[in-house]
Write a protein that binds this ligand. Structure first.
Ligand code: DGY
Length: 327
């Protein structure tokens, strides 16, 4: 098989880069920041495949047009909202992702956010570091109870399901909303389907695990916040734009919810002077849901296997657009 040209948009964790380099001619972006759009468009002009982060590289129509030889977009990550999939498909470009290997890690992270926001861990940490701790008081940093509370999961894919499994261990009463009800999971997980409005009105914790699509963009709007309980805590481990950031700001400003914990923001990166950062009951992390050594390494391996299969003319293990194979 002849060597192909592959661009890696980061120094991804091992073993993916080594696997690809063993078979193909590889160019790696060595920067500590994402490459500029101009740089990216320039670098993809002669490649057969790209190994990219779904959080930093956008493969829209413009980028796809800039890469006339492109046959595979291998995303390091499960989401593929960074790719214009219909257009890639029309061009016969295989779009791949890395589901499965990050499910449990991201669900762990959702629970870490849930617990941290409920029990105000970050505020407690800041309190001590700012040397404000003068002694125990009965009302210090009183939070919300997790055990036995109502959890509403928005989107019951792999990660939502893994969150529901964890909730059982905390004796939570769990409901979910997704495009289509999943009765086969309801008995296994002891969860019930609710309409989105019902879920928003009942839940003590609302955990977003749904994919970003035109339908879910801005789903958590002023109206959604107005349905939530004042004690509600919003957790987002999916994509920032699912929550309308201005509505979130208003909700925090007017005390419409108790707290929010976000692993993803709109925009990313969020700057240090962003108005959202004024709220001590908002916990924000820099999109690190899958960031453990083992998971990142598995993602790297899977992204490489996808890419190598595509370049060998085989069906990749995780192909988002099988219709592209027929083109
Ligand atoms: C994913 O896998 O989609 C994560 O959000 C990392 O981008």
């Amino acid at each position: 098989m002849s060597q192909k040209h592959v661009l890696l948009s980061w120094r991804f964790p091992t073993p993916g880069p080594e696997m690809v380099a063993a078979e193909h001619e590889v160019a790696i972006w060595e920067g500590d920041q994402p490459m500029s759009r101009q740089e990216f468009l320039h670098r993809i002009s002669n490649v057969d495949a790209v190994f990219v982060s779904n959080a930093t590289e956008v493969l829209d129509r413009e980028a796809i047009d800039a890469a006339p030889h492109l046959r595979c977009i291998s995303n390091f990550g499960v989401g593929y909202d960074n790719v214009d999939v219909p257009y890639a498909t029309s061009r016969g470009i295989l779009v791949c992702n890395t589901p499965g290997v990050l499910t449990e890690t991201t669900a762990d992270h959702a629970f870490a956010l849930l617990l941290a926001a409920a029990r105000r861990l970050m505020e407690g940490q800041a309190y001590i570091r700012q040397d404000r701790w003068r002694g125990w008081t009965p009302t210090l940093l009183v939070g919300q109870e997790v055990n036995g509370a109502r959890l509403g999961i928005i989107g019951l894919g792999n990660i939502g399901t893994a969150v529901a499994r964890r909730a059982k261990g905390f004796n939570m009463i769990t409901s979910y909303w997704s495009r289509s009800p999943k009765p086969h999971l309801e008995i296994e997980l002891n969860i019930t389907y609710e309409t989105l409005d019902e879920l928003l009105g009942h839940a003590d914790f609302i955990c977003i695990t749904v994919a970003l699509t035109p339908e879910t963009r801005g789903l958590i709007s002023d109206r959604a916040f107005s349905l939530m309980k004042p004690e509600a805590i919003l957790i987002n481990v999916a994509r920032g734009p699912i929550v309308d950031r201005h509505a979130l700001q208003r909700a925090l400003e007017y005390g419409r919810i108790f707290a929010a914990a976000l692993d993803v923001t709109d925009p990313e990166p969020l700057r240090g002077d962003d108005p959202l950062l004024q709220f001590s009951n908002l916990l924000i992390l820099p999109h690190v849901g899958s960031a453990t050594q083992r998971t990142r390494s598995r993602m790297s391996e899977l992204a490489a296997r996808n890419l190598l299969a595509a370049l060998a003319g085989e069906r990749p293990p995780h192909l988002v657009n099988p219709e592209a194979l027929r083109r």
